[in-house]
Each structure stands twice: as structure tokens, then as C-alpha cells.
Design a binder for this molecule. Structure first.
Ligand code: PEP
Length: 252
């Protein structure tokens, strides 16, 4: 049994007052949820205050990105020890917006992933194809490359700590969710790849989250699929009421 994981990626949204108001409402709303992991990925500047605000609740915090070096002359960057010291436990790696706008590659994904694992933080690795790749029937090969290169050199022990988020780029922020069947097809393929990379026991234990226009309307059907173990939610995580409903998805 894989424990469900629901992540809310706020991206570059909310000021501090809005972030704190959300935290106090959401904390109350999800008190008692003990059958899923819940993570909020706010802008990094709010991590310390939000980690404090969520103390005593089932909500963990994570950062949307970080740098792989430990310290030094890297203007504008944050290291694993910095984000750990202010309370983050999770890290998003290789989100498609990082790949698209900030030159993230499978190679830099791999460096971040290794730094995150070394620091004892929990990585959520994002993969997914663009629309033109899906239309050219390249979905599986794109994802295979992202996973093989992104996960290069990871031990089986490292792999156990991983969550993979399948986020088809054409579904992110567009309102075009992959149908549960389409998402399951890719998740099944990812599961097969993980089994072949790390062995069946570990491959079957790795959580696979779906991301791309998840809402309170579609979460139940997505989560009913065999290899969908969670969701990474952008837009619908910005409202605490809608994210609460997603976190409390109905088991079928
Ligand atoms: C995301 O940012 O990871 C995401 C899936 O966004 P949205 O839910 O808005 O499509």
C-alpha cells in the first residue's frame, strides 16, 4: 500500500499576509487527516513562517527549487542546509516551468536530486511531455529519457525516498486535465521503468503523483487509478477550501 501524497504548488503567488491567512484556515481544515501526506510548496521566503504556522498539523512544507552546491558565490541561490534550517522537508525538482523558463535540464535535475537526497530532504521529481511531443507519439520516450538521466547514479536506498510527479506540460494551468485513463497509462509506464531501474520491490513502493489541472471535481477519479498515488496541484491549491477537498479525496 502506497500512502497518498497531495502537494500544493503555489508557484509565485501570495504575499506574506495571504500566506499566513491561508495557513491558519488550512491547518484547522485538515486537522485529523492522518491517511495522506500533505505538503505545501510556497515561495521560499515564507517557508520559516509557514513551517511554524503548520506545527502540530499534518501539513509539511517544501521548496519549489534549490541549488546543489552547499554554499559560496552563487548569487540568488539557496542550498539544502538553508532550506532545512527554516523547516522545509520536501523539494520539487525539475518542474516543467523550471525546465521551460530557467534552463533546467535532466543533468541539472540529477545534480539537485543527489544534493537533496544527501541532505535528507524528500524529493518530488517532476517529469512530463509537451503537447508537440505527445502529438508526435513521443510521450514514453521523453519520459524515459527524463527518468533515466534524472535518476542516473541513484542507489536503491535513494530511490526508496523518491516521489515522481507526472505532469504533462499541456495539462498544467490549462484546465485540460489528462483523463484518468491517460494518466494511468503513463503512470503504468513510469512504474515499469522504475521496476526495471531499481527492482520490482522498490519500483512498486515509489509514489507516483499526477499533476495538471487537478481540481476538487476530478481528484476522486484520478486517485481511483491503480498507479496514481497522489497529486501535485497548482491553481486549485491556492484556495484552502478547494485544496482541503482535494486532500480529503473520496476513496473508491
Ligand atoms: C503544477 O504547477 O505543478 C500544476 C500541476 O499546476 P495546475 O494544477 O495549475 O495545472
Amino acid at each position: 500500500m502506497r500512502r497518498p501524497i497531495l502537494g500544493g504548488n503555489w508557484k509565485m503567488n501570495k504575499d506574506l499576509g495571504q500566506a499566513l491567512a491561508y495557513a491558519s484556515a488550512f491547518k484547522e481544515a485538515v486537522l485529523g487527516v492522518d491517511d495522506a501526506d500533505i505538503v505545501i510548496f510556497p515561495p521560499s521566503v515564507y517557508i520559516e513562517k509557514l513551517s511554524e504556522a503548520f506545527k502540530g498539523s499534518p501539513v509539511a512544507t517544501g521548496v519549489q527549487n534549490l541549488f546543489w552546491e552547499e554554499k559560496g558565490a552563487f548569487t540568488g541561490e539557496l542550498s539544502t542546509s538553508m532550506v532545512k534550517s527554516v523547516g522545509a522537508t520536501y523539494v520539487l525538482i525539475g518542474h516543467s516551468e523550471r525546465r521551460q523558463y530557467f534552463s533546467e535540464t535532466n543533468e541539472t535535475v540529477n545534480k539537485r536530486l543527489k544534493a537533496v537526497l544527501k541532505a535528507g530532504l524528500i524529493p518530488m521529481l517532476c517529469v512530463g511531455e509537451r503537447l508537440e511531443e505527445r502529438e508526435a507519439n513521443e510521450t514514453f520516450s521523453v519520459i524515459e529519457k527524463q527518468l533515466k538521466e534524472g535518476l542516473a547514479g541513484l542507489s536503491k536506498d535513494d530511490a526508496k525516498k523518491l516521489t515522481v510527479a507526472y505532469e504533462p506540460v499541456w495539462a498544467i494551468g490549462t484546465g485540460k486535465t489528462a483523463t484518468p485513463a491517460i494518466a494511468q497509462e503513463v503512470h503504468g509506464h513510469i512504474r515499469g521503468l522504475l521496476n526495471s531501474l531499481f527492482g520490482k520491490e522498490i519500483g512498486e513502493s515509489i509514489r507516483l503523483a499526477y499533476g495538471g489541472s487537478v481540481t476538487q471535481e476530478n481528484i476522486d477519479n484520478l486517485m481511483a487509478e491503480k498507479d496514481i498515488d497522489g497529486a501535485l496541484v497548482g491553481g486549485a491549491s491556492l484556495d484552502p477550501v478547494s485544496f482541503e477537498r482535494i486532500v480529503r479525496f473520496r476513496r473508491k
